[in-house]
Write a protein that binds this ligand. Structure first.
Ligand SMILES: O=C(O)C1=C[C@@H](OP(=O)(O)O)[C@@H](O)[C@H](O)C1
Ligand SMILES: C=C(OP(=O)(O)O)C(=O)O
Length: 426
């Protein structure tokens, strides 16, 4: 797509007949950014094969480079060479939750000042829990009393660490952030959660797996408590798995058109939240099977309404909601109040945009009620949110004449998404 095409709302493809296509997904954002952070904190250089190269991961690489890490291009990814962490540095977080939450605890280990800012909406995303926790662990931060971006971490090269109690009910990333760098704090970290249940637990499991793979001791035997012993992560070469959350629109295409979709290289075992797509697609009426290393999703009938708790896998919600709007019965999506702090207020955005096409979605305290209605043509706004754009293209597939505004926002986790979607759908 040309730049001028991208500037106007995109006439995303509509398809009346069943699709039969294969999706080859780029690497996982969540894995790439964890692996980058741990490679920068490691005891020796390491290779990352097939990392995601997208806005969120390029921002992470730039942040770590500015703190003294060497990251070089290789034929198949990146070579990361840890260096002494140092400021002064300026970190652009974009709209990436992983950058704004995971990098400040790294900056605390640098000697010198590190300033953080991001996109205008990044200043609205919940951040105060990480800043308060770092202060409790002995780090000096100047945030002008805002508890949000922008702020400055005054690194001294040494963090005492120890016990810290946080309320992580707004984001699992608060926990992951402290665990990833906590191994390099003098006393490690002992993170305790107090509050409503922590969302997105598979992402915390992913953090723990990545730490243990590098020889860091983590005790998660008690609920809502994570103890990371002090130690330097061992350098490990890794190949990044495909991004299973970004499999969403492709799997949804099978359901929306009553067709068949093959997703290449679906991991046998994974911590990724997107692995839940297998169960969700099945509940919505598809048959999901493995074929060697691929996942094959076959949908021949109508989409079933569902009652789902998506607390653990909230990032899948926009695409699930789009499918619910095309279903044959009402759906309830629960446990996702924290989506109000994502790239946009996703509950409000989903309700507003589906309703603008003639839908009937009600925002609940912690979720959405979606009553299917015949939808009509119109423009689907995306609020600089890649997953809203994914929801838009799924609706466009099932409803003739839907345009998706700012499709380029998908570059947050999937550069070239629109071209790939065209190829896949047509
Ligand atoms: O740690 C991570 O990589 C992520 C954790 C989750 O965040 P929340 O716990 O804020 O939902 C998820 O939604 C986000 O896309 C990625
Ligand atoms: C919530 C998301 O992203 P972030 O990592 O910016 O929080 C997401 O990708 O759905």
């Amino acid at each position: 797509m040309t730049e001028s095409e991208a500037a106007v709302a995109w006439a995303a493809p509509y398809r009346a007949d069943p699709i039969d296509a294969t999706a080859n997904l780029p690497g996982s954002k969540s894995l790439t950014n964890r692996v980058l952070v741990l490679a920068a904190l490691a005891d020796a250089p390491s290779h990352i094969v097939a990392p995601l190269r997208a806005r969120d991961t390029e921002l992470m690489a730039s942040a770590l480079r500015s703190l003294g890490t060497r990251i070089d291009e290789t034929a198949d990814g990146w070579r990361v060479e840890p260096g002494p962490l140092r400021g002064p540095a300026e970190v652009d977080c974009g709209l990436a939750g992983t950058v704004m939450r995971f990098v400040p605890p790294v900056a605390a280990l640098a000697s010198g000042d590190v300033s953080f800012d991001g996109d205008p909406y990044a200043r609205e995303r919940p951040m105060s829990t990480v800043l308060a926790a770092l202060r409790d662990l002995g780090v000096v931060i100047d945030d002008g009393g805002r508890g949000a971006l922008p702020f400055i971490v005054h690194g001294t090269g040494d963090v005492p660490g120890g016990v810290v109690t946080i309320d992580a009910s707004a984001s699992s990333q608060f926990v992951s952030a402290l665990l990833l760098s906590g191994c390099r704090y003098r006393d490690g970290v002992d993170v305790r959660h107090s509050g409503k249940p922590v969302p997105s637990m598979p992402h915390i499991d992913m953090t723990i797996t990545q730490l243990r793979t590098r020889g860091v001791e983590v005790d998660d035997s008690e609920p809502d408590r994570w103890v990371v012993r002090p130690g330097t992560p061992k350098a490990v070469d890794v190949r990044v798995e495909p991004d299973l959350s970004n499999a969403g629109p492709f799997i949804a295409a099978a359901l929306a058109t009553g067709g068949r979709v093959r997703v290449s290289d679906w991991p046998e075992a994974t911590d990724q939240a997107g692995d839940r797509w297998r169960e969700i697609a099945t509940l919505m009426g598809a048959t999901v099977v493995r074929d060697d290393s691929d996942l094959v999703v076959d949908a021949t009938g109508a989409i079933r309404g569902v009652d789902l708790d998506l607390h653990d896998v909230g990032e899948l919600t926009p695409v699930v909601a789009a499918l619910c709007a095309l279903a044959s019965a009402p759906s309830y999506l629960r446990g996702i109040g924290h989506l109000r702090g994502h790239e946009t207020d996703r509950l409000a955005a989903i309700a507003a945009e589906i309703n603008a096409l003639g839908g009937d979605v009600t925002e609940l305290d912690d979720g959405l009620e979606v009553r299917p209605r015949p939808l009509h043509r119109g423009t689907f706004a995306t609020y600089a949110d890649h997953r809203m754009a994914h929801a838009g293209v799924v609706l466009a597939l099932g409803v003739d004449g839907v345009r998706v505004e700012n499709i380029a926002t998908t570059a947050k986790t999937y550069p070239g998404f629109a071209d790939e979607w065209e190829r896949f759908v047509r």
